[in-house]
Design a protein around this ligand. Sequence first.
Ligand code: SF4
Length: 337
Amino acid sequence: MQTADQLFETLSRLRFGVDEENLRAYVEGVMPLVEEIQDLKREKNAIILAHTYVPPIILYSVADKVGDSYGLSKDALAATEDTIVFSAVRFMGETAKILNPGKSVLIPGTDAGCTLADSITADEVRALRRQHPEHVFVCYINTTAAVKAECDVCVTSSNVYDIIERIESDKILFLPDRLMGANIIAEMAERGVQKEILLTDGSCYVHEEFDPNLIPSLRESYPDLYVMAHPECRPEVVSQADYAGSTTQMFRAIASMEENRNYLMLTECGLVSRIEAEMPGRNFVGTCQLCKYMKSNSLEGIRRVLTSPREEDFVQIDPSVLEGARSCVDAMFRYAE
Ligand code: SF4
C-alpha cells in the first residue's frame, strides 16, 4: 500500500489542474478511507481488480490488479480470494463471475453500463443465428453473459485480429461493435485473409467521438506527433494512427518510445493518466474522452460493496446461460494462447 506521501507523489504527476496544497489536502483526507478499504480486503478475503479507465485514485490506492479486459479476465481466472470487487463496468464483472461461479463478484460502479454491451440482446443474437446458420458468431467481450452464451467465441481489443484470422471458418458474424468490425475487415484485407464478415450496429460512445479530421491539423502543428488509437474508434481514425491496440498494448508500446515527444491518445482519458503517473516525460496534445460508466466507480462505492452490498451490487448470472457463456470465453483463451 502506498503511503500518503507516495500517493501524493504519484497523483501530482497527473494533469488534474489541482495545486499542490489542495492535492496534499485531498490525499490526506482520503487516506482514512484507503486504510479502511485495505483492512476490509483482508477481513473479507477480497481482491480488487480495476480497469485502466476508472478514476486514478482507485488504481493507485486500493487496486490489486490494473489492466484491460483481457488481462483482468486472466486475473479473475487466477484469483484465489473468496470475493472479487470488479471496479469497471458490469459486463467485465459478469466475465469474472462466468470464470468464478462460486465466488462473490461485486460491482462498485453506480452506473456500470456500457453502450456496446447494451446494444444487443440474446434474443437478437438467436434471431441472427437463424438467419446466418453457417457463420461463426464472434462477440466482443463487451457483451452480457446471456449474449456470450449465444456466441461461439469472444474476443477483446488485444486479441481480436489474431483470433478472427485463426478461426477456421471463412464466414464470421462479429458483434456488437460496427466500428471495430470495420477495422477488422480492413485489417483482414491488409493481412490478405479472405473472410466474409457480417456486423451488427453497436458502438462505444466514447471512442466513436474522435474526429478523423482533427488528426492532419495536429500533425501539422506537431511534426513529431505519434498517434495511438483504440480499435473501437472509427476506421477513418484508426487508418491514420501510427499504432492501434488495446489500452494495455498502447501502454506497453509507449513504454518503449521516446520520452520527449508529442503523443495523441485517441482513447479514454484513464490511459493518459496512467502514462503520466507511471511514465512521466511524455507530452500529450489534443483531447482524450471520459467514459461516464467507468468514472462512476469510487472509493466510497468500493467501501459500500465490501461493507453493505445491495442486491444489485452482486453479479448474478442465470444458471441456464453459465455453461454457454463459459464455453464462449474458454474458446477465446484457447484461440489467444
Ligand atoms: S469506454 Fe466505451 S466500451 Fe468501454 S465501458 Fe465505456 S462505453 Fe463501454
